[in-house]
Write a protein that binds this ligand. Structure first.
Ligand code: XIL
Length: 372
């Protein structure tokens, strides 16, 4: 079945789906296709957000930690690890029999300054940074060996033109920091799936760079299980044909493809590019927050159609895709209320601010049914 026919069938089914689809869950609907997940924040697994926890338990069969396994959280000082929240996160996943993802080991954001500096504030040597990277990965991956089943090993190493980002990792260690991170992760848990995770790979130049990077790593025998397409999308970007082409391009290299941070920003653009780089913030102008009183029906329907089209592509590629994870659970707690401009009211997910399924939920469930 082509994705266009899946989408068509889903749109037809969607109009009669409301009473039926509300009874099913995402993990049931996608059971035969791929795992379906959500990134969760601390309150979900420590009891503060009981509604969120109930929703996650009911709907999803895989979880990712929104922030609690990032370097600055888990390893804030040279001497000290703080594993308490991460331990609770893993316990929550185990209790609910979920596939537990780790995010993320090596990234240029949310990593403390000390990692790159000696005690005089000077940049450390390549050998010292490799040692720190090794020890961090050995400690974090090692602690959850056999429990966290897949790791985002390197996050966002590419520039928009497909060249390697001049992060401190790259500057101090050199281009092989990526291969080294995968080697260390593999050594710490030989059975864990290891991922390269990135945004905007749907754009041709960056996709070419990504394909080249993964091809080289595989040729060196580096165990890359999957490429993660973050999936921070907008209503008008990327085109579904570019999503389609990206999944196919990475599958052709012999790796799996995961959609790892899916959401659809419905608010006006406040930046020219569609960077998901969390350090790239912007000011919201006067008209940048139009839906504070709720998302009007036409926009709500357009979002449902957009999700149906995206899931049409994902379902078409179900042999390549092992997991589709949303970046958040409800619109209320989505990071897109504060990114790239702070304090806006966004509607990027399948559950509304009260945790109720939106028309977009029905649309993706209908897409799953139509593809059977
Ligand atoms: C975001 C979190 O959702 C926010 O809470 C945090 O303030 C910044 O990071 N790409 C990634 C994620 O790989 O780690 C980012 O998560 C979103 C973009």
């Amino acid at each position: 079945m082509s994705y266009k026919s899946i989408v068509l069938a889903a749109l037809v089914a969607g109009s009669v789906c409301l009473p039926l689809c509300a009874q099913t869950t995402l993990k049931e609907a996608f059971h035969d296709s791929f795992r379906i997940g959500a990134a969760i924040h601390q309150a979900v697994f420590t009891g503060g957000d009981a509604g969120g926890a109930t929703l996650v338990q009911a709907q999803f069969d895989t979880i990712s930690p929104e922030n609690d396994l990032k370097w600055e959280r888990v390893h804030p000082t040279p001497q000290g690890f703080n594993f308490d929240p991460a331990d609770r996160y893993v316990e929550f996943g185990e209790k609910n029999h979920m596939f537990i993802v780790g995010h993320c080991l090596v990234w240029h954001n949310q990593v403390p300054r000390w990692v790159f500096e000696d005690d005089k504030g000077q940049p450390v040597t390549r050998e010292e940074l490799l040692r720190r990277m090794h020890d961090h990965i050995a400690a974090v991956v090692g602690r959850y060996r056999g429990r966290i089943r897949g790791w985002d090993v390197v996050n966002e190493a590419l520039n928009e033109d497909g060249t390697l980002r001049r992060s401190e990792w790259q500057r101090i260690i050199g281009d092989d920091y990526i291969a080294k991170a995968f080697e260390y992760a593999h050594e710490a848990d030989p059975k864990a799936e290891l991922y390269y995770n990135e945004y905007s790979l749907e754009n041709e130049a960056k996709r070419k760079g990504g394909v080249e990077l993964i091809r080289k790593l595989l040729a060196q025998g580096i165990p890359v299980t999957a490429v993660g397409l973050q999936g921070h999308y907008r209503m008008d970007w990327p085109g579904v044909e570019d999503v389609d082409a990206s999944i196919a391009a990475f599958q052709a290299l012999g790796v799996k493809v995961n959609i790892t941070e899916l959401d659809v920003d419905v608010l006006p653009r406040v930046r020219r590019d569609q960077s998901a780089d969390v350090s790239a913030r912007a000011e919201g102008g006067a008209n940048s927050n139009p839906y504070t009183a709720g998302l009007p029906a036409p926009q709500q329907q357009a979002l449902a159609d957009r999700y149906a089209a995206l899931f049409g592509v994902f379902l078409k590629h179900r042999d390549a895709i092992t997991r589709v994870t949303f970046w958040g659970v409800t619109d209320r707690t989505s990071w897109l209320n504060d990114f790239p401009a702070r304090g806006r009211t966004n509607y990027p997910l399948l559950f509304d601010r009260e945790g109720k399924p939106k028309p977009a939920f029905d649309a993706v469930v209908a897409a799953a049914r139509a593809s059977r």
